[in-house]
Design a binder for this molecule. Sequence first.
Ligand SMILES: Nc1ncnc2c1ncn2[C@@H]1O[C@H](COP(=O)(O)OP(=O)(O)OP(=O)(O)O)[C@@H](O)[C@H]1O
Ligand SMILES: O=C(O)[C@H](O)[C@@H](O)[C@H](O)[C@H](O)CO
Length: 166
Amino acid sequence: MAATCLVVMGVSGSGKSTVAELLARRLGWVFAEGDEFHSAANVAKMRAGEALTDADREPWLAALRDWIGEQADAGRSTVVTCSALRHHYRDVLREASARVRFVHLDGSRDLIAERLGHRKGHFMPPALLDSQLAALEPLVEGEDGIRVDVAHTPEEIVAQVVAYAV
Ligand SMILES: Nc1ncnc2c1ncn2[C@@H]1O[C@H](COP(=O)(O)OP(=O)(O)OP(=O)(O)O)[C@@H](O)[C@H]1O
Ligand SMILES: O=C(O)[C@H](O)[C@@H](O)[C@H](O)[C@H](O)CO
C-alpha cells in the first residue's frame, strides 16, 4: 500500500487543526479538516453544547474513511484531523485503503481548557471538553501511532511527527 494517512487526533482544543495544517504543508500531503465532514445536524448539536453519540459519529467517521480511501486510491497521502476518541472509531478509519496512522495530541485538562477559553469563532463550546475527555480512549499497544505532548509549540510537534512518520 503506497499511501499513508496521518490522523491527527485528540480532544477538542488539543490543537489538531493547528498542527495538522502545518504538518500537511511540511510533508506536501493533502489536508482535510475532519470537522467539515460533520452533518449540519451534528454541528448544530455541538454548538448547542450537547456531546455527540456513537450513532451521530458513525456516518461522519464513514465519510472521512471513504475520503481517505479515495485519496489513497489516487496515490495521495493525506493528513486529516479527527478527534477519533474511541478505539472503535479508529477501527472505522483503519478500514480505509491506506496505511492509517494516528498522532494523539495529548495534554493536561488545564492547558487545553485555557487554550479553548481563548479561542474565538469556533462552534465547539469549551464546556464540552469534559465529555471529550470522558470519551477518550488513548492509543493502546498494537495501534499504529504516537502520542505527543501539546505543551510543545506546533513547530516542535510537527518536527517530532515528521521524524516519526517519514
Ligand atoms: N501547541 C500549541 N501551543 C499553543 N497554542 C496552541 C497549540 N496548538 C493549538 N493552540 C491553540 O489552541 C487552540 C485550539 O487549537 P485547535 O483549534 O487547533 O484545536 P482542535 O483540536 O482542532 O480543536 P477542535 O477539535 O475543537 O476543532 C487554538 O486557539 C490554537 O491557536
Ligand atoms: O467526536 C466529536 O465529539 C467531534 O468530532 C468533536 O471532537 C469535533 O469534531 C471537534 O473536535 C470540534 O471541533
